[in-house]
Design a protein around this ligand. Structure first.
Ligand code: PLP
Length: 286
């Protein structure tokens, strides 16, 4: 059945939704995005995603096309119209269609392009993969230097996912100057001697909304969290590893570059954090 999607103020069947060939998102990857999960028909961590979107737009000197409250209404309307119980909402805002191709930004009054669509994912919270964990390889991080901005420049992460697929594993962790930055589409963590270690926030990584919540919940549960970079060797020798993202929540990592982490099975800290995250974020869902 066709989805109802949102394009520039209109709710349309997906076959009828179009964007110009001159759109800056299409020609220049000049756009930002957010992915918000839906559980029980409600939005998880919406205020965090709305705040990061605003920051991404500001960093790129793009005008926010609508207020967070209006954006929330569009998200809710799409959930309602598409009957989403568990799934994702993808939002993309580009610098719009200046009517031709030019490297220079178009005039500030050029209307941004706003697109949102839903992806139904029944069983998202009970994802059986979380019970067995996933395997990753490491890969050089050759992305640009503003990874804190959530842009649609996803070619290299796509190539990294394909490299993982070729290596018969699930994902890749990026490494720069000998240190893990993050996963292709997630933030990376290890656990050693009860301490949770994850890279500190900077322009080198995306400031994950799930990361912010998980770090807060871990500290509230009296767990020790250290924000610093780590190497692949340290991760391979850790008791546990995991990653976080809006679509996977907390996901155990059981193998890195062919070496088992800890017992080679999901560890208790990752399992517990997944439970806490799902419980607490569901309570706060809107
Ligand atoms: N890091 C990168 C590169 C990502 O693409 C993502 C999500 O897409 C994340 C981290 C996790 O961020 P969040 O928890 O906000 O989904």
């Amino acid at each position: 059945m066709s989805r109802t999607v949102y394009v520039n103020g209109e709710y349309l069947p997906e076959e009828e939704a179009t964007v110009s060939i001159f759109d800056r998102g299409f020609l220049m990857a000049d756009g930002v995005y957010e992915v918000t999960s839906v559980l029980g028909g409600k939005l998880i961590d919406f205020p965090g995603h709305a705040a990061r979107l605003e920051r991404s737009l500001a960093e790129l000197e793009m005008t926010a096309p609508m207020k967070a409250q209006d954006l929330l209404e569009v998200h809710r309307e799409l959930v309602r119209r598409n009957g989403i119980d568990e799934g994702l909402i993808y939002l993309q805002i580009t610098r719009g269609n200046p009517g031709d191709r030019d490297f220079a930004f178009p005039p500030a009054d050029t209307k941004p392009t706003v697109v949102l669509f839903t992806q139904a994912k029944p069983g998202l919270a009970a994802n059986p993969t979380a019970k067995v964990g996933i395997k990753v390889i490491s890969i050089p991080d050759i992305r640009w230097g503003r990874r804190d901005i959530k842009t649609v420049q996803l070619l290299y992460p796509s190539m990294a996912k394909m490299a993982a697929k070729k290596a018969h594993v699930d994902d890749a962790w990026f490494v720069e100057d000998g240190l893990v930055t993050e996963g292709t589409s997630n933030n990376a963590y290890i656990v050693k001697g009860g301490k949770i270690i994850t890279r500190d926030l900077s322009n080198d990584i995306l400031h994950g909304i799930t990361r912010a919540a998980v770090v807060r919940f871990a500290r509230e549960a009296q767990m020790d969290v250290e924000e610093r970079p780590f190497t692949i060797e340290e991760a391979q020798g850790a008791d546990e590893a995991f990653f976080t993202s809006a679509s996977a929540f907390v996901m155990p990592v059981i193998e890195i570059d062919g070496k088992a982490v800890g017992t080679g099975a999901p560890g208790p800290v990752a399992v517990r954090l997944r439970e806490i995250y799902l419980d607490e974020s569901l309570k706060a869902a809107v």
